[in-house]
Design a protein around this ligand. Structure first.
Ligand SMILES: [Zn+2]
Length: 276
């Protein structure tokens, strides 16, 4: 799943970037005086494309039409600079919609759905492509732990048992990826961070963490009281005010879980009644 490489760093996938650069070239040529050689060549390319033959403009139209969310582009739309601006915006939107769709469909990126960030206009909205604030966390171990936690690439059972491994050929349904300490619930992110009390170090760590974030952002206290563990965790991980502290907390939680071997349901548990 490559989409996160772009949504979390703000980089455009190369095929969209090349198409937008080509459209900027087209906009420049379209704005030149009619007696300019480059403008004449550009208009000639448009005429050839309009006649159904191969030209630079035909290639550009084919590329725009080949995206997962196609950008319709007529020959006439490539003539005035104003409509070329609309094509540039449509290409950007096509890219963002495609990437956000991949995040929304992927099981591992569930924490990135419905993510709101401050836009350039000062309003909270979905920003699909951006270099994310958590990538600026200074402590490398904390930043790595936080990133892996957010993107479901960590050592908790909900992820580690998702696919059969070298020493385990059978599939473990999600409902049986139980917490290695309490065996009472699925060992997922919210259980480890906010729910489980079966390891003696978890509760003091959690109390200290909550005390710190309530001091940093008092409104978090209300969220903690009213939201589910999953929802509150999502708020914690995506709030810039508490992000650095949350990264340390996530790092420490994962270290506690790493002190014990994961519990793996034996194969003979694999009954027909298991559901994913
Ligand atoms: Zn537990």
């Amino acid at each position: 799943m490559c989409a996160v490489l772009f949504t979390e760093t703000g980089l455009l996938p190369i095929k969209y970037r090349r198409a937008i650069l080509a459209l900027h070239h087209a906009k420049y040529w379209a704005a030149l005086p009619n007696d300019h050689y480059a403008k004449a060549a550009y208009l000639s390319s448009l005429q050839v494309s309009a006649a159904g033959h191969v030209s630079w403009a035909s290639d550009l139209r084919a590329v725009l039409g080949s995206f997962p969310i196609p950008v319709p582009c007529s020959v006439s739309a490539l003539e005035p600079a104003a409509t070329i601006d609309e094509l540039i915006s449509a290409t950007q939107l096509s890219c963002e919609s495609t990437l956000q769709g991949q995040l929304d469909r992927a099981e591992r990126t569930y924490m990135l759905r419905n993510r709101l960030e401050m836009g350039g206009d000062g309003k909270m909205k979905t920003v699909v492509l951006r270099f994310r604030e958590y990538l600026r966390i200074v402590s490398v171990p904390h930043r790595k732990a936080f990133t892996r936690f957010l993107l479901s690439d960590h050592s908790l059972a909900v992820v580690a048992l998702r696919y059969p491994g070298h020493y385990r050929k059978y599939h473990v349904p999600r409902a049986w990826r139980l917490c290695r300490f309490c065996l009472l619930d699925v060992e997922d992110e919210s259980h480890a961070a906010l729910v489980c009390t079966a390891h003696p170090a978890l509760t003091p760590l959690r109390v200290e963490f909550l005390r710190d974030i309530f001091a940093l952002k008092p409104s978090m206290r209300n969220l903690a009281a009213t939201r589910s563990a999953d929802s509150f965790l999502g708020c914690l991980l995506l709030d810039r005010t508490v992000m650095t502290r949350a990264a340390k907390f996530v790092h420490d939680i994962l270290q506690i879980y790493d002190t014990k071997e994961m519990w793996v349901a034996p194969e003979h548990f694999n009954l027909d009644g298991w559901q994913e």
